[in-house]
Ligand binder design. Sequence first.
Ligand SMILES: NC(=O)c1ccc[n+]([C@@H]2O[C@H](COP(=O)([O-])OP(=O)(O)OC[C@H]3O[C@@H](n4cnc5c(N)ncnc54)[C@H](OP(=O)(O)O)[C@@H]3O)[C@@H](O)[C@H]2O)c1
Length: 249
Amino acid sequence: MKALSNKVAVITGGNSGIGFATARRFVAEGARVVIVGRRPDAVAEAAEALGEQAIGIAGDVAALETHDRVATFVRERFEAVDIYMANAGGIRIQPGAAVSPDDYDAQFDTNARGTFFGVKAIVPVMRDGGAILLTSSIATHKVLGGHAVYAGSKAAIEAFARSWSLELKQRRIRVNVLSPGPTATPIIGKLGVPPEAQRDVEEQAAGIIPFGQMGTAEELAEAALFLCGEASGFITGVNLAVDGGMTLT
Ligand SMILES: NC(=O)c1ccc[n+]([C@@H]2O[C@H](COP(=O)([O-])OP(=O)(O)OC[C@H]3O[C@@H](n4cnc5c(N)ncnc54)[C@H](OP(=O)(O)O)[C@@H]3O)[C@@H](O)[C@H]2O)c1
């Protein structure tokens, strides 16, 4: 039997990078997966690539109606959900002095607010014994240039996870955090790095990681599978760094 047979999973930011690789991994393990993402075309394309076990829902996680729509869909289509991965996230790298209120709000709205209200909406339709996984970043522990607002928004969700772990213990819903180090995904292009310069950026990042290479979305997906599956059934409230040792430096 596959690890996620008969499980229903919702993954935000599931059309790209770590979220998409995780959706593919979950589908391979037998799960039915709902991916939620911002751009309708990209979400539809990703859902098609994942095959008939996947369904796409377009919506901005910063908008609360998205989460209501997702929860209603899950209840009507599947009755309940077993796994929720709040993974959608965005970053703008800039020194603190350059941060505008709009820059600040954009990152907190997606990363912190989007995660908080996503979980709040899904918990009532989650089966007891379910798993919640929040994608944070090693930037909450390791000071990286220009990451103050991003790191603050991710630190918030780590605090949410610790509270929820205890709030949801009676229902045996586990809440854990996945903290990627630098990982080769489309997020690099979204930072404004032109395609011809992406290799340089990746090589620079690799140079400061003890393992000498960036992580891959598939490596993060493997860790997500562990934290959302029965193999981690006695683990709640942890923050797992998947970073080739970068937080040690
Ligand atoms: N890659 C890294 O080095 C790294 C390191 C540490 C942490 N992380 C975290 O890992 C998570 C996944 O990132 P990734 O590297 O896989 O990047 P990615 O490929 O850009 O994926 C991010 C996903 O989140 C979606 N998203 C962003 N803002 C959204 C919003 N307001 N509403 C709905 N969806 C939204 C994106 O949609 P679009 O495709 O439409 O933009 C995309 O599907 C993020 O939370 C990120 O902060 C990444």
